[in-house]
Design a protein around this ligand. Sequence first.
Ligand SMILES: [Zn+2]
Length: 266
Amino acid sequence: MPLIDTHCHLDFNAYDGLRDEIVAEAAASGVTRIINPGTDLDRSRAAIALAETYPGVYAAVGVHPNSTAGFSPAHLAALRDLAAHPKVVAVGEIGLDYYWDDSPKDVQWAAFEAQLDLAAALGLPVIIHNRDASDDVLAVLGAWAAALPAALRERPGVLHSFSAPQSAAERGLALGFYVGFTGPVTFKNADDLRHIAARVPADRLLVETDGPFLTPHPYRGRRPNRPAYVRFVAERLAALRAIPYDDFAAQTTANAERLFAHLGGA
Ligand SMILES: [Zn+2]
């Protein structure tokens, strides 16, 4: 049963020299499509270049909160141009990160809002990064979602690699967001995260690797994480929710296709 790795940084240099092998391995294991999010302008261009190289790879374009220092209207204009590429399926990854202090909060906030507005103008969903910033992320998303055109209100985006409290998941779901889970949901000490994952409606779940990071059990700690390993995330979630693996895989694939409407066929 095919799966989509909805978030892998295939452009990162952790994959240099490995990409052909890793994309082929993924396809052979049923992971026929991979979404490569951008983290700054150069990385967004690199993601698009990989989407042009590999039929199953798609791109998102955006500036990650840790890279927002110096964010300007010129960045926004460049992102708008990049987003016109037919294999761009989302704006991301964007959001707020209060764990690292690479960029001041007010700068992160302004870049986040500007990119959300761009996504709304382009009719693209957003891929949201949130680290230790749940209240502010949900406040910004709440204001944004309220003003969305109807078509995007049903598929505004995903809270990617979810690692926040249950209340943040509930607030995001209430706004129409999907919730993406990564390797940590397979970790031995992750009962709290599994508790949250078990309560996300079946039609709002996504699976991702966030490669090269967050390698799931049983390969935890091994780098780089590989899109083929998204299967371990899906297997753990299917078991947790007590549904057959093939049904779960079909459901999350359908969810990804609904959210990222520009995804082409497998
Ligand atoms: Zn990421």
